[in-house]
Design a protein around this ligand. Structure first.
Ligand SMILES: Cc1ncc(COP(=O)(O)O)c(C=O)c1O
Length: 374
C-alpha cells in the first residue's frame, strides 16, 4: 500500500523534546518557541513570527489583528479549507466567495473586483498546493480599494515568488504545521506579521489580551488586561518538535519538489493523450512540492480513479468541497461559482511525502495510466 501521506520525522524531534524535559520549562515563549520564531523571521523575512497551536489559530489571530468585525466582508476563494472562512465568521463578519482559476485552483484575480463592496475589508488569497496567486494584481487591487491582503499561506512554507518568500506578501500571513504539511509538529501553525504596525498588538492578542510580553522584557513593572486576546502560544514540546523540522526545511522541500517533478514528467504522455491535466506553473514563482494534483476529464472519471487506485493499493484522494455551496457557506451570499464547482469535482491528489521514492511515483503513474485506459 502506498498511503497518500506519511508525516516525516527528521530524527531530532526526540532529542530536542528530551532537552525540554531536562530543562523543565514547558510553557510558551521559551527556548524552542523563540528559536522557531527566529527561524521563521529569517526565512520568510517577516517583522515578527508567532508560533501558534494551528493554522486555524493563525487565521483567527490574523482576523482579530486586522480588526475584522460585524458588518465587514472578506473576499476569499471558495476552493479552500473551512478554517479560512471560519476565521472571518468567528469575528461576526461575512466571507464573500470568489471563483478560482482552473490552472492553479487559486483565486481568480480577475473576479475579485466584482465582489468588492463598501463593506469589504480584506482579501484573503489561499496558496493552494504552495503555488502563488497573482499577488501583484491582488496587491494593486487592494491598494486601489484600501483593503488589507491577508493570505492563507497554510501550505506555502518555502515557496518563492519574484525573488521573495511567498509568505512575505500581504500585511500578515497564516502558516500551518499540521502533520499533513511539508513541515509539521502534529498540530501547529504560525502567524507571520509582515507589516510591523501589527506587531505590538500581536504580542498582546497572543498573550490573552495582556501586555505580559512587555513585562517579560522588563519594559513595565506589572502587566494587565489591555485588549481582547486568547491563548495563542504553543508549549515547548511542540516547539521543540517543530524546530527539528524547520532546521531541515530545505532538504525536505527539495525532496518533495524532486518527487513532484517526477510525477510531472511521468504524466506528460497522459496529458498529451487528453486523459488528464497537470497543474500550471506560475511565471516567476517556485512552489514547495506540497501537493501533486491533476484534473481528470469529469467528476465520474475522478471518482472511478480514486476507487481503482485504491484497489491497486494507492491512496489517491479528492480535496476541498467548495465552501460557497457547502451547508454553512450557503448562509452567506449564495452565488454560482462554476469553476470552483466543476474543477474541485475533477481534482485528484496523488501520494506525496518526503520518504517516497521516484520509483514509487513511476509505479503510481503507471497504475494511473492503466486505470485511465480501462
Ligand atoms: C488552506 C488551509 N487553510 C487552513 C488550514 C488549517 O490549518 P490547521 O489544520 O493547521 O489548523 C489548512 C490545513 O489543513 C489549509 O490547507
Amino acid at each position: 500500500m502506498i498511503p497518500f501521506n506519511k508525516p516525516f520525522l527528521t530524527g531530532n524531534e526526540r532529542i530536542y523534546i528530551e532537552e525540554v524535559l531536562k530543562n523543565g520549562r514547558f510553557s510558551g515563549n521559551n527556548f524552542f518557541s523563540k528559536k522557531c520564531a527566529s527561524w521563521l523571521e529569517e526565512h520568510t523575512r517577516c517583522s515578527k513570527a508567532i508560533v501558534v497551536p494551528s493554522g486555524t489559530a493563525a487565521l483567527e489571530m490574523m482576523m482579530i489583528l486586522a480588526n475584522i468585525g460585524p458588518g465587514d466582508e472578506v473576499i476569499l476563494p471558495s476552493f479552500t479549507f473551512s478554517s479560512t472562512a471560519n476565521a472571518v465568521v468567528l469575528r461576526g463578519a461575512a466571507p464573500v466567495f470568489a471563483d478560482i482559476r482552473p490552472d492553479t485552483m487559486n483565486i481568480d484575480e480577475k473576479r475579485i473586483e466584482a465582489a468588492i463592496t463598501s463593506r469589504t475589508k480584506a482579501i484573503c488569497p489561499v496558496y493552494y498546493a504552495g503555488a502563488a496567486c497573482d499577488m501583484e494584481a491582488i496587491e494593486s487591487l487592494a491598494k486601489r480599494h484600501g483593503l488589507l491582503v491577508l493570505p492563507d499561506a497554510a501550505q506555502a512554507i518555502g515557496s518563492v515568488c519574484k525573488g521573495r518568500p511567498l509568505c512575505s506578501y500581504g500585511q500578515m500571513a497564516a502558516l500551518s504545521f499540521h502533520e499533513t504539511k511539508n513541515l509539521h509538529c502534529g498540530e501547529g501553525g504560525a502567524l507571520l506579521i509582515n507589516d510591523a504596525s501589527f506587531v505590538e498588538r500581536g504580542e498582546i492578542v497572543m498573550e490573552k489580551g495582556t501586555d505580559r510580553s512587555k513585562f517579560f522584557r522588563g519594559e513595565i513593572d506589572k502587566y494587565s488586561w489591555v485588549d481582547i486576546g486568547s491563548s495563542f502560544l504553543v508549549n515547548e514540546i511542540t516547539a521543540a518538535f517543530l524546530y527539528a523540522q524547520l532546521e531541515q526545511a530545505e532538504k525536505i522541500i527539495e525532496r518533495r519538489v524532486e518527487l513532484w517533478n517526477c510525477y510531472y514528467r511521468e504524466l506528460e504522455p497522459l496529458e498529451k493523450e487528453g486523459k488528464l491535466r497537470r497543474p500550471a506553473s506560475v511565471e516567476g514563482c517556485t512552489h514547495n512540492g506540497h501537493i501533486f494534483w491533476i484534473l481528470l476529464n469529469d467528476a465520474a472519471a475522478r471518482d472511478r480513479a480514486i476507487y481503482a487506485l485504491k484497489e491497486k493499493g494507492i491512496g489517491a484522494v479528492f480535496h476541498y468541497v467548495p465552501l460557497h455551496d457547502a451547508p454553512m457557506g450557503l448562509r452567506f451570499s449564495p452565488r454560482s461559482l462554476p469553476t470552483a464547482a466543476e474543477y474541485s469535482a475533477r481534482l485528484l491528489r496523488l501520494p506525496l511525502y518526503a520518504e517516497m521514492t521516484p520509483r514509487e511515483t513511476a509505479q503510481i503513474a503507471e497504475a494511473l495510466s492503466e486505470v485511465l485506459s480501462s
